[in-house]
Design a binder for this molecule. Structure first.
Ligand SMILES: *Cc1c(COP(=O)(O)O)cnc(C)c1O
Length: 448
């Protein structure tokens, strides 16, 4: 149990006004690590140490450092952890930049449309930043997003994608697809896509295959190298707890070593042996780290390093994942016991038809909810996405505000979804039980 390694916001701080005074300073029930992970105390210590080294040594901190963390090599401290988290070799990962910028960088390398093979295959309703990136990359090549972006949608009456449907599109349209680019875990539904099968099908059709791991890294075990994924990108402020706007990362399969060269080079991708001799010709580091452009934010990097120390102490994903499955299953079980729960199969068809009534026999306007995240633990990570009914009448907002008043922090996706994510490093079984109990109280009091 590693909860003591984290700073937990109090009930009072998150707006828990319904709670008795003596609970004001107790930790809130924070189930929002899918959006912003909590502060690891070690991250705060490391950031403070770096501020103090900056104050005492200034520029010399790059090469000489009282804690042995010379700034010049700071990203190398993180690379071994990133490699283990994504299932890659150290030479295949780089700690750098920000997620959307890294996505553009990798698409610049791996999206190489030709007149016949020019499409990007992705999930429908990908995270907006990714959609904007896809559309602008396509436009950069003079193509029309309407034609060049191919989206796989859930079947009518369903919320998540079927593996067969994804693979079928790849098999049938593979020759026109330049790049298959899915998220690892879908931010809205919480679906963990069958990454290995997607990568295999893409490679069989001669497509490039990339993943956005924003919601997958530090959440589920990954084996990018063995799955032969060409590239991946991620941010580190969600399950990796590196802090708001933390430093991101990328992966490139080492089969691309020497074949794909940095096209948008910067000095930090240059061989460190001669970097400070400032030679006029760029000589990249082999592998993913040759893609580094700028010297990384040291404060952001050590903050991430502090968090990765907790992952290490926890035994990395091999130990974290089983605990995660237990917690998420517990939260699910408790929610399924609710008298307001409606099975997803009963909801989906009506929801998609725009029918506001959750079930035939329910009173009109009666509130309820369903879980749109897959029930199979192999198809999800730590997150459950709850869809509130009737849709479009503001139930979700009332529930969300009610949860906060009871010190339960979830994450709202307007208009109708609340995401709850028990993060295995700091959430407990009590958190899951309490969240479900509070949800019941709140729904009991909500009037449609
Ligand atoms: C969180 C998230 C982002 C955020 O992008 P930034 O560049 O870090 O601001 C982008 N894409 C996905 C899929 C996300 O989940």
């Amino acid at each position: 149990m590693l909860r003591h390694n984290f700073a937990l916001p109090s009930n009072n701080a998150v707006g828990g006004t319904c709670l008795p005074n003596e609970q004001a300073d107790s930790p809130s029930t924070y189930l929002c690590g899918n959006s912003l992970g909590l502060l690891p105390k070690r991250a705060a210590e490391l950031v403070n140490e770096e501020l103090s080294v900056w104050g005492s040594l200034a520029v010399q901190g790059h090469f000489s450092h009282p804690h042995g963390r010379e700034w010049m090599n700071i990203a190398d401290r993180v690379h071994p952890y990133l490699a283990r988290l994504v299932g890659a070799r150290e030479s295949e990962v780089a700690c750098m930049g920000t997620l959307t910028a890294n996505l553009h960088l990798m698409m610049n390398l791996f999206y190489m449309p030709t007149s016949t093979r020019y499409k990007i295959l992705c999930e429908a309703r990908a995270f907006p930043s990714d959609q904007y990136a896809f559309a602008s990359q396509v436009a950069l090549h003079g193509l029309n997003p309407k034609d060049a972006i191919l989206e796989v949608s859930p079947r009518e009456g369903e919320f998540t994608l079927r593996e067969d449907d994804i693979l079928k599109v790849i098999r049938e349209q593979g020759e026109t697809i330049a790049l298959v680019l899915f998220s690892g875990i879908q931010y809205y539904t919480g679906q963990w896509f069958p990454m290995k099968s997607i990568a295999q099908a893409a490679k069989e059709q001669g497509c490039m295959c990339g993943f956005d791991l924003a919601h997958a890294i530090g959440n589920v075990p990954l084996s990018l190298h063995d799955w032969r994924v060409d590239f991946a990108v991620w941010c580190s402020y969600k399950y990796l707890n590196s802090g708001p706007g933390g430093i991101a990362g990328l992966y490139m399969h080492d089969s691309w070593e020497g074949k794909v060269l940095p096209k948008l080079a910067g000095w930090w991708g240059h061989d460190p042996a001669t970097r400070f001799q400032m030679p006029p010709r760029f000589s990249p580091i082999r592998g993913a780290q040759g893609l580094q452009q700028s010297n990384p934010s040291v404060l952001a990097t050590v903050s991430l390093l502090g968090s990765l120390g907790v992952f290490e102490e926890a035994g990395m994903m091999e130990s974290i994942r089983p605990r995660s499955i237990t917690l998420t299953s517990l939260l699910e079980r408790k929610l399924l016991e609710s008298k307001w729960f409606v099975p997803v199969g009963e909801v989906a068809e009506k929801y998609l038809r725009g029918d506001n009534r959750p079930t035939e026999d329910s009173e009109k306007g009666r509130p309820g909810f369903t879980i749109i995240t897959p029930s199979d633990p192999e198809s999800r990570g730590a997150q459950l996405s709850l869809l509130f009914l009737p849709i479009g009448v503001g139930i979700m907002q009332k529930v969300f505000d009610g949860l906060l008043r009871h010190g339960v922090v979830g994450d709202e996706r307007k208009p109708d979804v609340i995401r709850l994510a028990p993060a295995p490093l700091y959430n407990t079984a009590e958190d899951c039980e309490r969240a479900a109990a509070v949800m019941e109280t709140v729904l009991d009091s909500v009037k449609a």
